[in-house]
Design a binder for this molecule. Sequence first.
Ligand code: AGP
Length: 609
Amino acid sequence: MCGIVGYTGHREAVPVLIDGLRRLEYRGYDSAGIVVAENGGLTVEKRAGTLDVLVDAINNHRFPATSGLGHTRWATHGAPTDVNAHPHTDCSGRLAVVHNGIIENYRRLRGWLKSEGHVFRSDTDTEVLPHLIEHYYRGDVYQALLKALERLEGSFAVLAMATDEPERLVVARQDSPLVAGLGAGENFIASDIPALLAHTRATHLFNDGEVAEVTPDGIKVADFNGTPIFKEVFHVNWKAEQAEKGGYDHFMLKEIHEQPRALRETLRGRVAQNGRRVVLDELELDPDLARNLQRIFITACGTAYHAGVVGKYVIEKLARIPVEVDIASEFRYRNPLIGPGDLVIVVSQSGETADTRAALREARRRGARVIAITNVVGSSVAREADSVLYTWAGPEIAVASTKAYVTQLAAFYLLAVWLAGERGTLPGDECETILHALRELDAGVQTLLDRTDEIAALARRYQDQHCLFFIGRGLDYAVAMEGSLKLKEISYIHAEAYAAGELKHGTLALITEGVPVIALATQPDLFEKTLSNIKEVKARGAEVVTLTFGNGHDTEDVGDHIIHLPPTHPVLAPIPAVVPLQLFAYYAAVYRGCSVDKPRNLAKSVTVE
Ligand code: AGP
């Protein structure tokens, strides 16, 4: 997610903007820029790379301007280049905008604005904003922004300024964070509180659907119709370090809580208006190829591999294509039987994992077509694959992957439904039902996040265990693998994931009095089978925590503790099911005093084989 900073007051703006952007660096970014109004015009400086690259570029200049905008960009639409960096300006160079979020209908707006004579310079969705505001601008940037908002679809925190009214900043928020800092004779805007704390602790927290005009003397807030809104002053008493994490104790917890939004962003614009079809134009996949596919291979590492295991079940079930999933470090050396006509999907949050990159190259060398599912625009796998399906999780900072995983699952659901549509393997009604349920998952996940205490209590109960088991069948087994990895990775408790039906072939010997078993029982067609496996372990003294929808089954003896999941279509169960497992791992690690965000021996991006 991008960082936004705005200042209007009595001080030189540039040092305030750079300082604010520095305090947002922890969020991750790939380019930075500023704009100030001076000498009757706008001065824009922007560079790909770190903030230091920008600072070096402007080092010898003094900017007397006392208002301006700053931005650190996390690329979504368009590679991380100087041109694509924010701020973006209109044709006249008299209006500037910085933006966080995704303008869903930017292609349509861009086409229309071009036909009106506007000239675009970047590949970004954001650039439609200054041109749209220009279209409506009659000397009042606030009124022009209100008009522009009527045409926008998507998520945005927008901050704009005009040469003719240099002291006046205008802002709008829809589904993307934005705060104001209240000073004396000066005011501040930021995407996140840390950028404000050096100056003030008095803030306004903007809600979705709010706009504001900000001058050195005050901040007027209104709704998108221009109706004034009274805003309470919120006094921040977080320490700077806490503020970076949005008030959470760790990035991992913050990222777990960002999952509803990450899901919304990843689905945004990819389900047709009628809700019956998936739109994945970015894949540039020939429908004939989709219809004639004989096999798909999925390859990835760690959590991304676990997303791939879910992908296999889902593509096979919905699109009826055989899928093989490989750990990337194995794929390359097993002389895989692939060639032209095969489709390989590589999955990588960072897009830089060495094993995944090597697997990608091997697949391409053998003539297969490669799709990358990744979270980082312009990353190595994004550049080396034939096409890319981006997950819009925003930067993931904690080593343990959480929000990237659920968005990888969302990407697989979209892909599976798209393939099913092209191949005619799923009735239209069923497509619609699944897509509808997919779009409701953010709310379901939120209900689980609201029940954190329930999971934390279980983590407290089992925090001193030496070993836990996760069991499930089918999709539940795939999620069990991820739950087990999460627990090992950050709490250092040994955990094993087993296909529930496989226990009796050996592992049951390890189940003794008091051993915790986390059982996933979300699939109606497998429920009774899994129930039998739960009874097997209970009979040997295991203490069972069961995750289930209930599904009308008598849940009385399905476990010692039952976590009820919010209802959804069974094929989508992995998304809600993984959330309690993430929280369980998180709290177990906290109670054991582990370094949650940076677990021992591990790195966020593994760039060696
Ligand atoms: C997940 O919690 C891990 N930190 C790790 O397994 C990770 O998913 C793996 O290294 C792959 O990373 P990537 O998605 O960036 O390729």
